[in-house]
Design a protein around this ligand. Sequence first.
Ligand SMILES: Cc1cc2nc3c(=O)[nH]c(=O)nc-3n(C[C@H](O)[C@H](O)[C@H](O)COP(=O)(O)OP(=O)(O)OC[C@H]3O[C@@H](n4cnc5c(N)ncnc54)[C@H](O)[C@@H]3O)c2cc1C
Length: 232
Amino acid sequence: MFRRPRPTHDVRVTAVAPLTSTLVRLTLNGPTLADLGIEHPTQWVKLAIPEGHSRAYTIRHHRPGQGEVDIDIVLHGNGPVSRWAATARPGDAARLAGPRGRFQPLDSAAHLLLAADESALPAALTILDRLHPSVRVSAYFEIADAADALPLSTRADLTTSWLPRPTGHPKGHLLSAALLDARLPSSASAWLAGEASSVTAIRRHLLTDLGYPREHVQAKGYWKQGESDHKG
Ligand SMILES: Cc1cc2nc3c(=O)[nH]c(=O)nc-3n(C[C@H](O)[C@H](O)[C@H](O)COP(=O)(O)OP(=O)(O)OC[C@H]3O[C@@H](n4cnc5c(N)ncnc54)[C@H](O)[C@@H]3O)c2cc1C
């Protein structure tokens, strides 16, 4: 089977706004973005930069009428796309391919667990944006600093644990430790994303120790410590 090529979209940066100490929001505009077709939370694109590298990023907002998207990028300083984003300015060119991915809709009365580090926070927020008020959500978000906790708006019944990472602590460890320690509901759906090893540890805990059915747990390694362009 051949994969159908994804549509590509030439874009320009129109605005750059720091969101937290580690996340920058790039607003990108392009003549074909009205037709990007974002219908589900967590949908993502491949963002290709002029020097040729491309990486996966979540469409945080899509404004079809303006032919515009917002993408929130972690400035971890270690990879080509993160470095490009750190110095991006209005007028800079890039290309998007996609969109891809989708979040399976949940039972409207479910209890939902969300676990994310900064890389997956934009995607987690697209889920929160669209939840039904009857959904109870327990969200665990690992962030670089307590001041990085973002204001959250959702219609769902949300309890959030922000987990600021102590200096020098490896990314993702706090998140997996928090979920392994937490008193989690005996039955829930879960969406987990972030550093691959921590996501694997949390997934294993939910499936093996708590007996969550496999189909109730959506887990994706968004990046992997020490690995460039990780394909989760
Ligand atoms: C479906 C999907 C959606 C995603 N959405 C987003 C998003 O909205 N925002 C976002 O910022 N990221 C997102 N990511 C993660 C992003 O694609 C990766 O972090 C990517 O590796 C960054 O590329 P890079 O060129 O900066 O680094 P790479 O060249 O891929 O990696 C270079 C080095 O940096 C390390 N590294 C990579 N990412 C991080 C990180 N976040 N923190 C610390 N070290 C890192 C790697 O381990 C490697 O050692 C998403 C990933 C997927 C699969």
